[in-house]
Structures are given as structure tokens and as C-alpha cells.
Design a protein around this ligand. Sequence first.
Ligand SMILES: [Zn+2]
Length: 103
Amino acid sequence: MAKKRTEHIIHDDEIEIGPFQLQLMFRESWESDIQLFTHSFFCDCNAEKRELADYKSYINNLNDVILKGRCSVCNTIAARYIETGERSGIEKIADKIRKLNQR
Ligand SMILES: [Zn+2]
């Protein structure tokens, strides 16, 4: 059996964003969006009530959001990729955040 990763890989184009910036990325639907995406992610354990816990949020150069955390049930690392880049008006918001957070 393949050895499991214990830490997330952060790609070069990924910039960490804060909780408020995450809300900005989802705009008015942020509450239901975050609820949905932290409860729908792939995990080997397939536990019904799993939740993405202790996650950090990132945006990449496609203006998509990636949440990286761990599964609340089996505790292995887990991530959720969200295609926010296709939402209208997102580019402006993402560009602003990227400028602010640039390393
Ligand atoms: Zn799990």
C-alpha cells in the first residue's frame, strides 16, 4: 500500500488567503458555499459525517479556491478544490487579494 502524505503540498501559484478573503471569493453565498464544500470532499474513509477540519484557504492563478485541511473522522489530510475562477466578477476580487497577500 502506498504511503500516505501527511502534509499538504502548496504549489507555487497558490497564495494563502484569510477567512474574510475566503468569504469575499464566494460573495453573498459564502456561508452556504463554505458549508457545502467543507462537507463534500474526497476521503478514503468515506465516513458520512466527515468534515474538512483545520483548513487553510488558497487561491491559485486560475482564481480557483483550494481548501487544505484534514478529515475530521480519520484525521488524514484532505483538500477541496473549488472552481470559483469561472464565477463572474471574481477576477477583480482575486487580483486584489493576490496583491495584498503576495509573498
Ligand atoms: Zn476521512
